[in-house]
Design a protein around this ligand. Structure first.
Ligand code: ADP
Ligand code: ADP
Length: 223
């Protein structure tokens, strides 16, 4: 369970991107729905300890995230919205590099983890291809593979379905749903169907504020 209390963040340019956000995020898939500029990325970057809020608290299974960011990072998988790929590097090679950075320094454990993730994300056949040859869906699945290195208990995925065609989107969301059976997965999106299709819980965020939270159908029906 991730518990966010009275979180606020105003950028130097005066934009109040997070405005007194209080949210309880249980295990499973959680949808963070909101239009562009609502503050979803700001909230996710703050949970991921990539930027500090001005005030408020974040706890993950009892861990005080803002007091112990390193401890959170060890349990975190993160797929940013603008995840860049290196066109000539193969998925297998890059995943191995990320694995070293994640602390999987033993050759055996690393090989095992990388192979398992390539299978899980259905990229095994394409593992020796440069990432520049991948479709949008394949790139996002590679993004999830790197986020899952080190068996994180909290997985944050920022607008992953943007630009995916319907088949790729379904494939990707089904993969996320499987991961969500084991750990907390927070998915941000501006597409209502992304949350109604597979998130048991969601929050609607507009102009930095949580407008509604609950089960998707009940939440959408009150709009
Ligand atoms: P979303 O992810 O929902 O599109 P963001 O969190 O990216 O929303 O942005 C929320 C608001 O904060 C927007 O008005 C955006 O322009 C602004 N913003 C985001 N990041 C920064 C930043 N580093 N500095 C200043 N303003 C920012
Ligand atoms: P999103 O599409 O999620 O809203 P953005 O495109 O707003 O994301 O943000 C991309 C990057 O640019 C982020 O690192 C964010 O902090 C930064 N950024 C966004 N808006 C601003 C802004 N108004 N001023 C400065 N940096 C910004």
């Amino acid at each position: 369970m991730l518990s966010i209390k009275q979180l606020s963040k105003t950028y130097a340019n005066g934009v109040k991107a997070i405005n007194d956000v209080t949210l309880d995020i249980p295990n499973g898939m959680f949808g963070l729905l909101g239009p562009n500029g609502a503050g979803k990325s700001s909230l996710m970057r703050t949970i991921a300890t990539l930027q500090d809020p001005d005030s408020g608290s974040i706890h993950f299974d009892g861990l005080d995230v803002l007091a112990q960011p390193e401890a959170l990072r060890r349990q975190l998988g993160y797929l940013p919205q603008d995840f860049g790929v290196y066109p000539k590097v193969t998925a297998e090679v890059l995943l191995n590099h990320f694995a070293v950075l994640k602390g999987l320094t033993g050759r055996g454990e690393r090989k095992e983890a990388v192979e398992a993730l390539l299978h899980q994300t259905n990229l095994w056949e394409a593992r020796k291809r440069g990432l520049g040859t991948y479709s949008g869906g394949m790139r996002q699945r590679f993004g999830i593979a790197q986020a899952l290195l080190g068996s994180p208990r909290l997985v944050i995925v920022d607008e992953p379905t943007a630009g995916l065609d319907p088949d790729e989107r379904n494939r990707f969301l089904n993969l996320l749903a499987k991961i969500g059976e084991q750990v907390v997965v927070i998915l941000s999106t501006h597409i209502v169907a992304d949350v109604t299709d597979l998130c048991p819980r969601m929050a609607l965020i507009v102009k930095g504020e949580v407008q509604l939270q609950g089960e998707p159908q009940a939440t959408i029906d009150t709009l």
